[in-house]
Design a protein around this ligand. Sequence first.
Ligand SMILES: Nc1ncnc2c1ncn2[C@@H]1O[C@H](COP(=O)(O)OP(=O)(O)O)[C@@H](O)[C@H]1O
Ligand SMILES: [Mg+2]
Length: 263
Amino acid sequence: MPLDSDTAEPILKVSNIESYYGPIMAIRGVSLSVPRGKIITVLGANGAGKTTILKTISGVLDPQKGSIEFEGKPIQRIDADKIVRLGLGHVPEGREVFPFLSVRENLAMGAFLRSDKDGVAQDLERVFVYFPQLKERIDQPAGSLSGGEQQMLAISRALMNRPKLLLLDEPSLGLSPILVKEIFSIIKRVNAEQGTSILLVEQNAKMALETAHYGYVLEVGRVVMDDTCERLMSSKDIQEFYLGAKEENARGERRWKKKKNWR
Ligand SMILES: Nc1ncnc2c1ncn2[C@@H]1O[C@H](COP(=O)(O)OP(=O)(O)O)[C@@H](O)[C@H]1O
Ligand SMILES: [Mg+2]
């Protein structure tokens, strides 16, 4: 599908960022952009740098180089709490709900910046439409929920701040295939119904490519390929290395050791 990114200003523009952990360079000059109202994915194996990119965008980590623009304004080296106020929500890897607080209290934490009570009440009803399981468990401590329910809660908590852009760090991690499907269908609905722009990082390439409009492939801190998800899905390299297609040649040997040819 065509992206109108060429003309309209993207909601997020990351230009040539480099991020380090001490002396270790984890992000080696990454550029990407999220057009307003779209779902963009960053695919990559474990350790590729996906989490580091999101941490750098949300201000948890400062980039050593490069720039990050949110709605046209530079946000690199601005504190994480100020970035949240600008309308950027981050659902971190491993969910990180407050385990001793109830579902209701976790959701209230997500809305604590807001003073529009009616709007908050409406949004609470809306997350319960997306995830009725949470309504059933509203007074339970978040720590007693299943992994899938905690992921739903983490996403819902971020939605309670009505973010313009939502950063999602591997929402599929550790969940059953059925739950993964459910969560991804809600991600699509949030995007379609509320117009929320989404940057989704995933190891689960199949789900991410089925969900997003445009994708970047990250390897060892660098973007090695980017294209529409449709074209990425039909790329032989993506099929072989990220979608687990295991073609057999005439002698019945696996071809998975073949060198990638996209660099
Ligand atoms: N806190 C940390 N300290 C040092 N190195 C780290 C830290 N977190 C991640 N790294 C390293 O940075 C690289 C990118 O990690 P990460 O962004 O977590 O990858 P991904 O999310 O794609 O699995 C990896 O080599 C990882 O070992
Ligand atoms: Mg990660």
